[in-house]
Ligand binder design. Structure first.
Ligand SMILES: [Zn+2]
Length: 251
């Protein structure tokens, strides 16, 4: 699916008229995870170029008040009318409060590019680096490593000693998965001198889903799970692959 609109042009709405506030960063997917069908961006890209030429030559744009939607699967184009410009818009309204470029990474809570798109859901004391994780692995510090990636990604590569529970199972509080985790934690606790706080390190591909998982683990009932000291591994397995083990597959 592709979309095309020209914002803040010819009396039409600006982007902020339609979306005054960004959605929570953890609800926004990215191209690397969501996937991109290159041909669709090619089709929409050509139409964008056409609108640029029309605007530059003074012919105006067909999409200042309309959005073109392209359904690649059905092979169908459709135009929908956009909501009009908002008089109280913070950017293009009668009394704008935003008159210069904002720090959009701070505003949206995530980085602007896909390549290093990093969520910041956890405070720094709840996160460790791959180097720190490698150190405690070398020192054989008792812990549980929890991999929360989908099965299809675990099939590509994994750290051998990791326990696998996909984030989706944690999010739905899947009973079987939680019991499994509880069992693993209990087993590891029996092997340590300090049974009160066994660290659970959570890893995913890039270090975004692992933060969501840590938040879920931190809210688990203390009665069953004791005090779980959950932390996420910053940058995930791809950081592991570039900084610790260069033979680890990247995908
Ligand atoms: Zn506006």
């Amino acid at each position: 699916e592709g979309q095309l609109a020209v914002y803040n042009y010819g009396g039409g709405p600006c982007y902020r008229c339609l979306f005054p506030r960004p959605p929570p960063p953890d609800t926004v997917t990215n191209c690397a995870d969501g996937g991109v069908l290159g041909v669709v961006t090619g089709i929409i890209g050509c139409m964008q170029a056409l609108e640029v030429l029309k605007i530059a030559s003074g012919m105006g744009s067909s999409f200042s008040q309309y959005m073109l939607m392209f359904d690649a699967l059905e092979g169908r184009f459709r135009n929908i009318k956009l909501r009009p410009k908002k008089p109280d818009c913070a950017v293009c309204g009668d009394k704008p409060s935003i008159t210069c470029l904002q720090d959009y990474e701070a505003f949206c809570g995530s980085s602007a590019t896909d390549k290093c798109r990093a969520l910041r859901l956890l405070p720094s004391q709840d996160r460790i680096s791959v180097q720190q994780y490698k150190e405690l692995l070398d020192e054989q510090v008792p812990h549980v490593l929890l991999d929360v990636r989908p099965q299809v990604e675990v099939d590509i590569c994994r750290l051998e000693h990791a326990v696998h529970i996909p984030l989706s199972k944690l999010e739905e509080k899947n009973e079987e998965s939680l019991q499994y985790l509880q069992k693993i934690i209990c087993r590891e606790k029996q092997r340590t001198d300090d049974p009160t706080s066994l660290p659970v390190y959570v890893v995913c591909k890039l270090g975004n889903d692992s933060q969501k998982a840590v938040k879920i683990l931190q809210e688990l009932p203390a009665k069953e799970f004791g005090s779980v000291l959950a932390k996420d591994i910053k940058g995930g397995l791809m950081a592991w692959a570039t900084k610790i083990d260069l033979t680890f597959p990247q995908y």
